[in-house]
Design a protein around this ligand. Structure first.
Ligand code: PLP
Length: 440
């Protein structure tokens, strides 16, 4: 029976390509009608038909504290009353830069002295790459198979046939010469990166890597992997760009980098990118690094970058309120809830005899329909992904909204209370049965 979501989706497809403003929202890989959200509060979203779901998407990460946290909403409201956008510097931007630089410290290391605010993660990584090219005077970029860094041309590059083969366009619309500035290496293999650098090291400006990949599903980096990338880059005069757009301020107070340093992996990325949580649900992202690197950006340095809405006062207010509330206790609570849900998912799938593993990195996790958690993109793709659609829809029918793709992390929030967690646990047996019955 058609409900308001179906009607809206039909209309949306007439006026918006595919009916959505970002592809994964279209439910393409799980089928069915996306839920049009009319409101969200705490751990819940309510769709256009008035149905409530426990949400494990959390706006794809930003809602660390849960949706519409009263103090964050109040901060945005107060900011809005003072004006929506000025195109001039504000005190809040200085406070947020201070907060970001001050939080990202661990093991006596402090990789961030200066911060530039932008509006999206895509802009943050795009700017980081231009900055690395400007600083090094080199053009090539190394990225990894299955890592996502936003949709700028050079980052939508697909691996060519050989290790040191310059990449091919990963989508229509990317000129081949631009894709050819990117080298796509297999994830997790330091030797492969060493080989690429042995051949082209004097032409490589930077390595960009997700601090812990979460866009091919979660893949936990091997201990010392990111540190090894830093060492290779630095040995060849290139920079390491650590992409913490998804993990930054989500998995811990100093991001995934902070967790790694605390675990004994002492290294410093040259540029770190942030998004999602840093803007508390508003459009805001950032990049930070040492002053020697960051000061190469305009207006002091020769690397141009700008934005009408950069450091927008509403976004800054949301980011400041969110980061101030994101205490060590919040991260510990989110970690514990993630473990609880992951264990319940695993138990339900095991009860139905479904082959699976739980992939996790900090509080990020997702079930994988394979015997082991993947270490790279080919392994992530090799799972029995056909089981996810029926699993997803059984959860949705029971009032739990999961990411509509098997290749996305599940996000818990500080607002997932016992009632919300109980609803997830109750929904799992039927979803596990649906996964077991799925035909590949
Ligand atoms: N980098 C990573 C690791 C991401 O996960 C994303 C988005 O999911 C981006 C960059 C791009 O951010 P945005 O969607 O804000 O442009």
């Amino acid at each position: 029976m058609a409900d308001r979501n179906d009607t809206l989706f039909a209309h949306a497809r007439e006026v918006i390509p595919g009916g959505v403003n970002s592809p994964v929202r279209a439910y393409g890989s799980v089928g069915g009608t996306p839920r049009f959200v009319q409101s969200a509060r705490g751990p819940y979203i309510t769709d256009a038909a008035g149905r409530e779901y426990v949400d494990l998407v959390a706006s794809w990460g930003p809602a660390l504290l849960g949706h519409a946290h009263p103090e964050v909403v109040e901060a945005v409201r107060e900011a809005a009353l003072r004006g929506l956008s000025f195109g001039a510097p504000t005190e809040g931007e200085v406070e947020l830069a201070d907060l970001v630089a001050g939080r990202v410290t661990a093991g006596g290391l402090k990789p961030i002295e200066q911060v530039r605010l932008v509006s999206t993660g895509t802009e943050a990584t795009m700017t980081a790459i231009r900055l690395a090219r400007g600083v090094t005077g080199r053009d090539l970029l190394v990225k990894f198979d299955g890592n996502y860094h936003g949709h700028s041309d050079g980052l939508l590059a697909a691996a060519g046939s050989g290790l040191a083969t310059l990449a091919l366009p990963g989508t229509a619309g990317v000129p081949a010469p631009i894709a050819a500035q990117t080298l796509v290496a297999p994830y997790g293999d330091l030797d492969a990166v060493r080989e690429v650098f042995a051949e082209l090291g004097d032409r490589i400006a930077a390595i960009i890597v997700e601090a812990a990949p979460a866009n091919m599903g979660v893949v936990r980096p091997a201990a010392g992997y990111n540190q090894g990338l830093a060492a290779i880059a630095h040995e060849h005069g290139a920079l390491l760009i650590l992409d913490e757009v998804l993990t930054g301020f989500r998995v811990g107070p100093a991001g995934y980098w902070g967790l790694e340093v605390e675990a004994g992996s002492l290294y410093e990325p040259d540029i770190i990118t942030f998004g999602k949580v840093v803007g508390g649900g508003m459009p805001l992202a950032a990049l930070g690094g040492k002053a020697a690197v960051m000061s190469q950006l305009a207006p002091v340095g020769p690397v141009y970058q700008a934005g009408t809405l950069s450091g927008n006062p509403l976004s800054v207010a949301a980011g400041l309120a969110t980061l101030r509330l994101a205490t060590a206790e919040v991260y510990a609570a989110v970690d514990a809830k993630a473990v609880q849900v992951a264990e319940a998912v695993s138990a339900a799938l095991a009860a139905e005899g479904v082959e699976h593993a739980i992939a996790s990195a900090g509080s990020l996790f997702n079930p994988v329909f394979a015997a082991e958690a993947p270490r790279d993109y080919p392994a992530a793709k090799a799972q029995a992904a056909f089981r996810y659609g029926p699993f997803f829809h059984a959860m949705l029918d029971a009032g739990v909204s999961l990411p509509p793709s098997v290749f996305e992390a599940w996000f818990l929030t500080a607002a997932h209370d016992d009632a919300a967690l109980a609803r997830i646990v109750e929904a799992l047996p039927a979803a596990a049965r649906a996964a077991a019955a799925a035909q590949g």
